[in-house]
Ligand binder design. Sequence first.
Ligand SMILES: [Zn+2]
Length: 158
Amino acid sequence: MDSVSFKMCSECVASYRDLEYDSNSDYSLNIMPFCSLVWHDEHPEDWYDHCCEECQLSIRHLSSARTALWRTGEIPDHYLIFWKNAKEAIPEWPGFKRLSLNKKELDSLDGCSEELDDMMGAITEEFPDVTVTDQGGGLTKFTAERDLSRKRWWQFWR
Ligand SMILES: [Zn+2]
């Protein structure tokens, strides 16, 4: 698999550097866009609305690399340079303090994939024209469009 590169604009880097680790923070299942667990201190509020597209992609890759680390105990080869560059750019990112999961968290992580599979099944039944885009690093983007308006109806990544 091709290596993924870390690209984030200085504004988004700054907003991620501003995040503060909170040891009491809770996690939640984030089906979209991460299909993973997310702690509440790990992303700026409304990051999804404010980040540039390229930065959003890097953040999704960051989550994906860490999810792989949780599952397998190591960062996949194609994410090694990405992971190193991300750590240089946002060394204090709260997410870097959570590099392993306990049993309960791992179970939650599995639940996340199952929910996404269920949702994917339901959506493709209703919207057969799903566009699948390979975004590198094993990350895939799914987009479905309404026939008439061609307006983006939903999209997600895994
Ligand atoms: Zn940005």
